[in-house]
Write a protein that binds this ligand. Structure first.
Ligand SMILES: Nc1nc2c(ncn2[C@@H]2O[C@H](COP(=O)(O)OP(=O)(O)OP(=O)(O)O)[C@@H](O)[C@H]2O)c(=O)[nH]1
Ligand SMILES: [Mg+2]
Length: 299
């Protein structure tokens, strides 16, 4: 009886000891888990601190590049202004994608792409101009003049400047083809309107076609470069004379420039494109088109 009683006490003691061991193991296991979570919490805090610091740096850089930077610091960062800066500040201040800083970097460093429409009446020299633009910027031979035929569809040219990508759309200028022009207006950031400065007989047609372009609501605010082409010909009028001939009233509402030049020898092309790029970079229209593209990308 006493032996039986002792065995029961022994069993009870072992059960209690096992329970005690189990509870100790559970506590230490939870400590290990807790320890882990503390470490990952620390890491998380560190990570979010770095993310915050990087975001802050982007914000400062963005604001420095915007119009506020030069105003308050007297420093202007070259080639870093206009919508590019606004975009940088916007992205860095949380307006960008939800995919984190790496995505922001991707957007900030990718070049802005602008679409430029090349319009004008037939034989003004649009396609020859596009070929010259490609040969100047891409440093490769364009099509020889005698192989350029009247345009029926669309010629596309892509070039990259130091800061931007430019996509040119060259359309046919024959009267029956001009109805196609407006299909491209909505997506265009700017227009190059080419005129044969040596063909006075075509000025009236060039003027009325240009007036229609300027009246179209899909092209509101688009910067306009009027390229007075074929300047190397003796009969060519200067850009001032051409401006007098055209006498365009609607021009006051948009950024515009008359540029004399030649698609044959390349004069005036770089100056014209430099002006156009600057105008596109600061244009309200560019901001609107960019916002529209971003929205479309998100959908
Ligand atoms: N002298 C001279 N001729 C030019 C110049 N640019 C173009 N041409 C000539 O003008 C003619 C018409 O040139 P295109 O480039 O085909 O004109 P376009 O405006 O594209 O004509 P469409 O496609 O019909 O609308 C061609 O014979 C060209 O060689 C230039 O700067 N100087
Ligand atoms: Mg053509």
């Amino acid at each position: 009886m006493a032996r039986k009683f002792r065995r029961e006490i022994e069993r009870e003691r072992r059960t209690l000891a096992a329970a005690w061991e189990e509870s100790r193991a559970r506590v230490s296991r939870s400590r290990v888990v807790e320890g882990c979570s503390r470490v990952s919490l620390k890491k998380k805090k560190k990570k979010s601190f770095y993310a915050f610091a990087i975001d802050g740096a982007w914000a400062v850089l963005g604001l420095m590049c915007s119009s506020y930077g030069p105003r308050y610091t007297g420093l202007r960062i070259p080639h870093c202004h206009g919508p590019f800066a606004v975009r940088m500040a916007h992205l860095s201040l949380g307006g960008g994608d939800v995919n984190g800083p790496s995505q922001k970097g991707k957007h900030v460093f990718s070049k802005a792409e602008f679409h430029v429409l090349i319009l004008g009446v037939h034989k003004a020299g649009k396609t020859t101009l596009l070929e010259k633009v490609k040969s100047i910027y891409l440093k490769e031979e364009g099509l020889p003049h005698d192989r350029i035929v009247p345009t029926v569809g669309l010629n596309i040219g892509r070039i990259e400047d130091a800061n931007v990508k430019l996509v040119f759309w060259d359309l046919g200028g024959q009267p029956g083809l001009r109805t196609i022009w407006e299909k491209y207006y909505e997506e265009a950031h700017a227009v190059i309107y080419v005129i044969d400065s040596a063909a006075a007989s075509s000025f009236e047609d060039a003027k009325s076609a240009l007036e229609k372009v300027l009246h179209h609501e899909d092209l509101q605010g688009a910067p306009l470069l009027i390229f007075a082409n074929k300047q190397e010909l003796p009969a060519a009028v200067t850009e001032e004379e051409l401006a007098r001939h055209l006498h365009l009233k609607e021009l006051d509402e948009r950024p515009y420039m008359f540029q004399a030049g030649s698609a044959y020898d390349g004069t005036g092309i770089k100056a014209g494109i430099d002006w156009l790029v600057e105008e596109m970079e600061r244009s309200k229209r560019t901001e609107v088109l960019m916002a529209r593209t971003e929205t479309a990308e998100k959908i």
